[in-house]
Write a protein that binds this ligand. Structure first.
Ligand code: IMP
Ligand code: MG
Length: 179
């Protein structure tokens, strides 16, 4: 991986993220108002902060599960070849599911995960992504709810990393190389 020096410029504040999550949760509650227990599936590792804030704001009975798909490794480019490293623990047949992703970039990850989960015949399955980079899309997929649509920038924070760093920033920032 690159060891080039970089700085992080704030792009979306913690306050804006919280406000947007509140809005989205209003819509999600309406969509799942007839659900007795929603299965919220977070895609590891990038969604862990988002899912934590989301389920606490949702105020619905939820079960939380996680799935890990292979990612970028330490590079800044998608491998386009998605592998499942960790599957969910629970059964989703006949159940209501919400898949939580940090960023939809090329879309290969979410597309692959959705095919996998849909084949298990949930009653209803929808997707939410905190961030969307529409200009980068290669696979034919759009999340049902999107926190923020952003330009083609490499971002970190709020669970999202660059080479495993910066996940603990409370805001979303863009990586700017200085050397
Ligand atoms: P996709 O399969 O190309 O849509 O990639 C999705 C995954 O790539 C996301 O879940 C992130 O883990 C990672 N990713 C995409 N864009 C960024 C970024 O700007 N910063 C950090 N990780 C990213
Ligand atoms: Mg991810």
């Amino acid at each position: 991986m690159s060891e080039r020096p970089y700085v992080i410029d704030q792009m979306i504040s913690a306050k804006s993220i919280a406000a947007r999550i509140e809005e989205l949760c209003g819509e999600i509650r309406t969509e799942y108002s007839d659900t007795d227990k929603l299965v919220v599936v977070g895609l590891l590792r990038g969604s862990f902060v988002f899912i934590a804030d989301l389920v606490r704001e949702l105020d619905l009975p939820v079960e939380v599960d996680f799935l890990e798909a292979s990612s970028y490794g330490n590079s800044m480019e998608s491998s386009r070849e998605v592998r499942i490293l960790k599957d969910i623990r629970g059964e989703i047949e006949g159940r209501d599911v919400l898949v939580v992703e940090d960023i939809v970039d090329t879309g290969y990850t979410l597309n692959h995960v959705m095919h996998l989960l849909e084949a298990r015949h949930p009653r209803k399955i929808k997707t939410i992504a905190l961030l969307d980079k529409p200009s980068r899309r290669e696979a034919d997929i759009t999340a049902d709810w999107i926190g923020f649509s952003i330009p083609d920038e490499f971002v970190v924070g709020y669970g999202i990393d660059y080479a495993q760093r910066n996940r603990n920033l409370p805001y979303i920032g863009k990586v700017r190389f200085t050397g």
